[in-house]
Write a new protein. Structure first.
Ligand SMILES: Cc1ncc(COP(=O)(O)O)c(C=O)c1O
Lengths: 150, 418
């Protein structure tokens, strides 16, 4: 039962209900679609990158509480970060979800991302928590995904 | 709950259900300290002890390759294998055991027909008719062969309840139609299709019909001669048998006329580098060493079902369906997807407050196993404008209490996401 409470923490439930940056971005420089066919989760991540800095992030789509909340928290975490910092954060986040030995970062260091530590006990849900991140990395990687240079 | 339902003559008594449950070892387990409530029978059914024991006996006492051994052990395995074919023939009431082809499952059976009958009979402009509620395994094989042959896939639409729209089906039938391939019972909506009518209409145009019977065989008696279907596909694992084994039934004349599926051993009479003579039915379609243990296990499973009797199974499952539908309907914020006039075994639903994936995780912690997702029927999800559903699918060993636990679990989900 405690595992469930760890998974569905208040922070996650709140973000699921009232996701942040949940809208289309007209002037996005990068955009990518993410799809998890297993559960039907589908989302689009929009980024505005200025030089090597992510100045704005938003997302749209439908999905389970974990994927929606994760996308929401991610958008707030990435705003203002450099592309390099974003990649680093992704790897730390992924480690937290998948590696037994990974230290669970505290709220100070990791912000609300730490709320997803409970997902580690639910291996089938890891994909939900990382969908938005993978989509973001794909958007950053793929030059062809640039939807507008403005 | 038993007092609510006064069991009729053919209905299984709670004590009978208890006895049935005891025959399924998997059901004796607990998860998170709670008894397993297994409601994912449309994905696969559990195996009774008789099937498990039969597999064990085969490997302990009868294992040898079939159809080629001169020694006694090989005779044992060949006999057990062929006996299972006769059991399957009896189960489907096929006219001859030549019409029973062992495949690896429903998917394999449909691919066999697409690759042989489809390739041989489809040409540019020809059409194959399927329905909007097909499993991907009854969509993709036809897309592949249609693309190859320049033929076209036509789709019978379904209405808001999840029933086939027969008037539209009639309009689709034409001289271009070369095959109709439809599901008997839908795995995502639970609809029992009026397949007899579907077959009659097709036959009036001289068009053969394949029935995807994957879900049907555990819920209702199938008589392929009475239905007059031309092909019938089933999977062993959905009718209490092992995985990796299934059956394709086909009318003998059609099977005779079809080119072989895969080449190899067992499917030939003689091979020279100049010419190969194919074996007789059903071996023509069974290249290579078959799933011997699987076929024998399937025989045991089909015998098990026949010994229970479909009248009792149907009565119990229909009482379960009524009870479950009523209980779920009473939950605010829950919508049942699939409300066809005739239904069996399956209740798909969505909640206003929670995504199916979250429902599944929370129910799991209550010991309740349901399926969430698109159930390999993405077009159905699109038709009902939902990304996914939660699906409770039941079988002979499920009880009213199983659904009480499901309902309790759903209330818990609603509390978390309230
Ligand atoms: C209606 C229907 N058709 C076909 C299949 C495919 O069966 P299998 O995966 O055993 O080949 C399934 C199984 O999910 C099904 O429910």
């Amino acid at each position: 039962m405690d595992e469930l409470r760890d998974l569905y923490q208040e922070i996650i439930l709140d973000h699921n209900k009232n996701p942040k940056n949940f809208h289309v971005m007209e002037d996005a420089t990068h955009k990518s679609d993410g799809h998890n066919p297993l559960c039907g989760d589908r989302l689009t991540v929009y980024l505005h990158v200025d030089g090597d800095r992510i100045t704005d992030v938003s997302f749209q789509g439908s999905g389970c509480a974990i994927s929606k909340a994760s996308a929401s928290v991610m958008t707030t975490a990435l705003k203002g970060k450099t592309v390099e910092e974003a990649r680093e954060l992704f790897h730390k986040f992924q480690d937290m979800l998948t590696r037994e030995d990974a230290a669970i970062p505290d709220l100070d260091e990791f912000g609300q991302l730490a709320a997803f530590a409970g997902v580690r006990e639910f291996p089938v849900r890891v994909k939900c928590a990382t969908l938005s991140w993978h989509t973001t990395m794909a958007a950053l990687d793929d030059e062809n995904e640039i939807v507008s240079t403005e | 709950m038993d007092t609510v339902h006064s069991p009729g003559e053919t209905e299984l008594l709670p004590a009978d259900i208890e006895a049935i449950r005891r025959e399924f070892p998997v059901l004796q387990q607990e998860f998170y300290g709670k008894p397993l409530t297994y409601l994912d029978n449309a994905a696969t059914t559990q195996k009774p002890q008789v099937v498990i024991d039969r597999l064990k006996r085969y490997y302990e006492q009868e294992n040898a390759n079939v159809h080629r051994a001169v020694y006694s052990l090989g005779e044992l395995s060949s006999k057990a294998f062929e006996d299972s074919r006769i059991i399957a023939q009896k189960f489907l009431n096929a006219a001859s055991e030549k019409e029973i082809i062992f495949t690896s499952g429903t998917t394999d059976a449909i691919n066999l027909v697409a690759a042989t009958f489809g390739r041989a009979n489809l040409g540019p402009g020809d059409e194959v008719i399927i329905s909007a509620m097909e499993h991907h395994s009854n969509i993709v094989p036809w897309q592949i062969v249609c693309e190859e042959k320049g033929a076209r896939l036509r789709v019978i639409p379904i209405d808001d309840r999840g029933d086939l729209i027969l008037e539209e089906y009639e309009k689709l039938l034409s001289p271009r139609t070369k095959l109709v391939s439809v599901v008997y019972i839908s795995n995502s909506l639970g609809t029992i299709n009026p397949v007899k009518k579907v077959i009659e209409l097709a036959h009036a145009h001289g068009v053969p019909v394949l029935l995807d019977g994957a879900q049907a065989v555990s819920h209702l008696p199938v008589d392929v001669q009475e239905l007059d279907c031309d092909f019938f596909a089933l999977s062993g694992h959905k009718v209490f048998g092992p995985t990796g084994i299934g059956v394709l039934y086909g009318k003998e004349a059609l099977l005779e006329a079809m080119p072989p599926y895969r080449g190899g051993g067992d499917m030939i009479l003689s091979v020279t580098f100049e010419k190969t003579t194919y074996n007789d039915l059903p071996f023509k379609f069974e290249a290579g060493t078959p799933n011997i243990a699987g076929a024998i296990g399937l025989g045991a499973a089909l015998n098990y079902v026949m010994s229970l009797g479909f009248e009792k199974i149907a009565a119990h499952e229909s009482a379960l369906l009524d009870y479950a539908t009523e209980q779920l309907d009473a939950i605010d914020g829950l919508r049942i997807i699939g409300t066809a006039r005739e239904k069996a075994g399956v209740i798909s639903f969505v909640l206003d407050s929670a995504h199916p994936h979250d429902v599944g995780t929370i129910l799991d912690h209550e010991g309740v196993a349901i399926r969430t997702g698109h159930h390999c029927t993405q077009p159905v999800m699109e038709r009902f404008c939902v990304p996914a559903t939660s699906r409770a699918s039941f079988s002979i060993y499920n009880t009213f209490e199983d659904f009480d636990r499901l309902v309790q679990g759903i209330r818990k989900v609603q509390k978390v996401f309230g």
